[in-house]
Design a protein around this ligand. Structure first.
Ligand SMILES: O=P(O)(O)OC[C@H]1O[C@H](OP(=O)(O)OP(=O)(O)O)[C@H](O)[C@@H]1O
Ligand SMILES: O=c1cc[nH]c(=O)[nH]1
Ligand SMILES: [Mg+2]
Length: 237
């Protein structure tokens, strides 16, 4: 366990100060966690993390990584079969069975959802606004456009950063009230702390990420991380 207890006398504690965190090795064995091992992903992640990457390039990279993650996270989708005619003869065709939903957790999830739509163009997009209170690290819901008519085989909650896990856990709690047969979480970078909390809260949910980082700092930011994924996409520093 890493102990981040470095409180300054007389100051209120920072939100993650003194809170024990699991190590990478402790969470690597969790079931249902898929960490990309593709070299193209590692290449794009390096550009994404770089402090010199500008917001337009950062947003483009989030979309590209979103498309790669979508390809990995849709590996088990159910298919319907039918007979189709090629110009030469009849053959068996395969189409995705039932609808696919993508829930971007606003704001930072927007770029990831766009990448998803480049792989599955007719995915429904269910917007959900959650904002992390930086003092308590609790997620606050401020926007919800989830439809009530459900015709999905699976819905993917997408958000680049899994830090304490609070936002992801709340988003999946909200989605579970819609009785969707299967839910997945797709993120770019996870901290071991958030990954463990998410797995404990939602052991039935598959988790796809591009990278597992070292830890959270005292402020609840992922290190080495990439900073604030929302601000870096939208230029609001
Ligand atoms: O795992 P957690 O500790 O909950 O932290 C992760 C959340 O924090 C960030 O959102 P933020 O609140 O900064 O909103 P934004 O997307 O509008 O920038 C991030 O995109 C996640 O939603
Ligand atoms: O490192 C972090 C943690 C939460 N939200 C971010 O955007 N980055
Ligand atoms: Mg943010």
């Amino acid at each position: 366990m890493i102990d981040t207890n470095k409180s300054q006398e007389g100051q209120p504690p920072l939100p993650m100060q003194g809170i024990p965190q699991p190590t990478r090795d402790e969470v690597l064995k969790l079931p249902r966690v898929h960490i990309s091992s593709h070299p193209v992903m590692a290449h794009k992640m390096t550009a994404l993390r770089d402090n010199n990457t500008t917001p337009p390039d950062f947003y483009r990279l989030v979309k590209e990584i979103g498309a790669l993650l979508a390809y990995e996270a849709t590996e088990n989708l159910a298919l319907d079969t039918s007979t189709i005619e090629t110009p030469l003869q009849a053959t068996t065709g395969y189409r995705l069975a039932g609808g696919i939903g993508v829930t971007p957790i606003l704001r930072a999830g927007l770029g990831l959802a766009e990448g998803f739509r480049e792989v599955i163009s007719d995915a429904q997009v269910w917007h959900l606004g959650l904002r992390r209170d930086e003092r308590t690290l609790r997620a606050l819901e401020y926007y919800n456009r989830l439809p009530h008519q459900i015709d999905l085989q699976v819905c993917y909650a997408v958000d680049p950063m899994l830090a304490t896990g609070g936002s992801a856990i709340d988003a999946l709690n909200i989605l579970k009230r819609r009785n969707i047969p299967r839910l997945c979480y797709v993120g770019i970078i996870a901290a071991p702390y958030g990954l463990l909390k998410l797995t404990q809260a939602h052991p039935d949910v598959d988790i796809y990420i591009a990278a597992l980082d070292e830890s959270l700092n005292d402020y609840g930011y992922i290190v080495p991380g990439l900073g604030d994924a929302g601000d870096r996409q939208f230029g609001t520093f």
